[in-house]
Design a binder for this molecule. Structure first.
Ligand SMILES: Cc1cc2nc3c(=O)[nH]c(=O)nc-3n(C[C@H](O)[C@H](O)[C@H](O)COP(=O)(O)OP(=O)(O)OC[C@H]3O[C@@H](n4cnc5c(N)ncnc54)[C@H](O)[C@@H]3O)c2cc1C
Length: 260
């Protein structure tokens, strides 16, 4: 079974800063890590590899420094690592990112694709499902447990707001995973030594047959007009009196939100 895990290198901070001129993330000076949900995706793939004959390829699209994330994945135990990198990919939105990833995944081959449920910086949760759409394969998001897996199908538990769904999909398929699925392993010393030497496959747009006009800013249907942190209003009003009176006042206040 050929498993491809998509990982994203993200800033190691919850306080993402935005460049007001370009409306893009400021990454300079912020250390980077593997997106935390993607560590669970790697762990899931390695778990499967330990149960059956499988290979694990970890793929990322990003700038050359995303190699560090791939070496971390190799240290955990990935067999192969590939970096999709090219100037023409810069400025890609989630649509163009998913398109480029799907073309790269076609090139490396796949039976099962595993993604995180979302990236902690971009946060859209769109890339995984969009990759599946580009590849025209089924996907299950929010997977919190693998129930069974064979060469033809996978049965998973999907986390819902009010419980779980048990879903069986035929392979090839894509799943996105949540933290509840597993506990990502720490790299071993042997893994770290191997990761230092591992050859990182580099793919550019010609390697994956992607015309430049379909990626980057030109190939991105989303245009970010403005990004800002909403102002936090500190005004507050305490309601007093009996519970009935407070409820009436609250309803009145909600009707006329500006009165609060
Ligand atoms: C108009 C526009 C321009 C942009 N320009 C830039 C830019 O110049 N530079 C920049 O860094 N970002 C840019 N972005 C942000 C970039 O498009 C998103 O970060 C990217 O599409 C992933 O979306 P997300 O972060 O919401 O990931 P999500 O959809 O939340 O990620 C879900 C999962 O998909 C997988 N995944 C996501 N991204 C990748 C990846 N790159 N490689 C492999 N797997 C991945 C991971 O498994 C992840 O857990 C831009 C966005 C827009 C809208």
């Amino acid at each position: 079974m050929k498993i491809v895990v998509c990982i994203k290198q993200v800033p190691d901070t919850t306080e993402v800063k935005i460049n007001p001129q370009t409306n893009t993330l400021i990454r300079d000076g912020v250390p980077s890590i593997i997106n935390p949900y993607d560590l669970h995706a790697i762990e899931a793939a390695l778990d499967i590899k330990e149960m059956m004959d499988a290979s694990v390829t970890v793929l990322t699209m990003g700038p050359p420094q995303a190699e560090n994330a791939l070496r971390d994945a190799a240290a955990m135990g990935a067999d192969d690592v590939a970096l999709l990198t090219d100037k023409v990919f810069a400025g890609s939105d989630s649509w163009a990112t998913a398109y480029a990833l799907s073309c790269a995944i076609k090139k490396v081959g796949y039976d099962l694709i595993i993604c995180g449920k979302q990236a902690i910086d971009g946060d859209t949760g769109q890339v995984g499902p969009a990759v599946a759409e580009f590849l025209n394969i089924p996907h299950v998001s929010y997977v919190s447990k693998f129930s069974s897996l064979n060469g033809d199908a996978i049965t998973v538990r999907r986390l819902m707001d009010d419980g779980y769904d048990i879903v069986e999909v035929s392979l090839p398929a894509l799943i996105t995973v949540v933290r509840e699925l597993n506990q990502p392993r720490l790299p071993s010393l042997k893994g770290k030594i191997r990761a230092k030497k591992i050859e990182i496959k580099r793919l550019n747009h010609t390697d994956i047959n992607v015309p430049p006009k379909n990626v980057g800013v030109e190939g991105s249907p989303t245009q970010v007009k403005n990004i800002f942190a909403p102002a936090v209003k500190k005004d507050r009003r305490m309601l007093e009196g009996t519970a009935d009176h407070q409820v009436e006042e609250l309803i009145e206040a909600l009707r006329c939100i500006r009165c609060i």
